[in-house]
Design a protein around this ligand. Structure first.
Ligand code: KG4
Ligand code: ZN
Length: 336
């Protein structure tokens, strides 16, 4: 009956979870809307806001779970990848608590945690193929066993979430644009045609050309005195990104009979993406796991889940374990 307190602060969400044996006792998250005026995450501001909010959020998480800090068995934090200043706030808080209560400190890899969030739905059956789509990453990852990663393909430039956010900004929608494009696209119709990115380049992705295509159409409309139909442009962007992700993932699936397909990361909360994969999985009898939307975007629960597996194996890290802003998934070793 181990209780873990985990902290996620790698980007612009401060999220604390108390987990007991894979059951979420409490999850409190503060999302930093203050970045909207910059149209993206401003790192220095992100660190400041994490440090302002983190203590109160830890207290709230304890109150909601009805536990005291002295009852926690291990303290975990995202140690990378992410913004260096933001990571430091969460890691320092977790190390300080671990030191104060003489309990293990467990550093967790953010991307590994996104994939493990699927366990909130059902256990992973291996081999697993994971499509990880977030604000900073777009990857197809193969896992033959727990916590072992082989990267089959990744983006050569912008991540899928970044493409959503950048196009949203061009349409004067506030940051983060992904959820808004998703919502607006539901009311859109086919009107604008965007090229499908990197259809032939094995399992790699490329989304940077998308914003150029959108920009060209917007400029053309402006010159001819027409206004853009935002719903229809959102529809076109959503279709293009979802179709590309779907095409590459089904290509990977055709190469090996995976037991489970996991969709992970913030973009996995996209309705169009979820619907397309769910329909395909049903007709093709594929075991598909998509975390509920709250577990797709950054949250402390996914960090706690990985920490609980590490604690279970007796793993912990020394207090001088570093923050790793560029931590590669293939360097995440389970015995830290
Ligand atoms: O995983 P996440 O919360 O943070 C990172 O690790 O990056 O992902 C955030 C990204 C943002 O780019 C955001 O716009 C995108 O996920 N996102 C979405 C949706 N919800 C979040 N993109 C498309 N549709 C959504 N519903
Ligand atoms: Zn994330």
């Amino acid at each position: 009956m181990s209780k873990i307190l985990a902290i996620e602060s790698s980007c612009d969400d401060t999220s604390i979870c108390i987990l007991q044996d894979e059951k979420v006792l409490s999850l409190v998250t503060a999302s930093q809307i203050d970045h909207q005026r910059f149209g993206g995450v401003f790192p220095e501001l992100a660190s400041r806001l994490h440090s302002e909010k983190i203590s109160l959020l830890i207290i709230q998480a304890c109150e909601q779970a009805n536990v005291t800090l002295s009852q926690i068995d291990a303290f975990a934090a995202t140690a990378g990848p992410g913004l260096i200043g933001s990571l430091h706030i969460g890691v320092m808080a977790a190390k300080t608590l671990a030191f104060r209560y003489q309990k293990p400190y467990i550093p967790v890899h953010h991307l590994a945690a996104h994939i493990e969030a699927a366990r909130f739905v059902n256990p992973l059956v291996y081999p697993v193929l994971a499509l990880l789509v977030s604000g900073g990453h777009t990857m197809l990852i193969e896992m033959d066993q727990p916590f072992s990663y082989h990267i089959l393909g990744q983006t050569r430039d912008d991540a899928a979430g970044e493409a959503f956010d950048k196009v949203a900004r061009m349409l004067d929608l506030p940051y983060p644009g992904g959820p808004l494009i998703d919502q607006i696209a539901q009311k859109g119709h086919p009107r604008y045609v965007l090229p499908t990115p990197l259809k032939d380049q094995a399992l790699d992705f490329s989304f940077s050309g998308l914003k150029t295509s959108v920009h060209t159409i917007l400029e053309h409309l402006k010159r001819s005195g027409e206004t853009v139909v935002v719903e229809d442009m959102a529809f076109a962007v959503q279709e293009t990104i979802v179709n590309t992700l779907f095409y590459k993932t089904t290509q990977a699936f055709a190469q090996k009979p995976y037991q489970t397909l996991v969709l992970a990361g913030g973009v996995a909360s996209n309705q169009g993406l979820r619907e397309k994969f769910t329909t395909w999985a049903k007709t093709s009898h594929i075991h598909l796991l998509i975390p509920p939307p709250w577990a797709c975007t950054d949250n402390g629960a996914m960090i706690a889940l990985v920490a609980s597996s590490i604690l279970h194996k007796g793993g912990q890290a020394p207090f001088d374990h570093k923050v790793l802003p560029n931590w590669s998934l293939t360097d995440f070793h389970f015995e830290v």
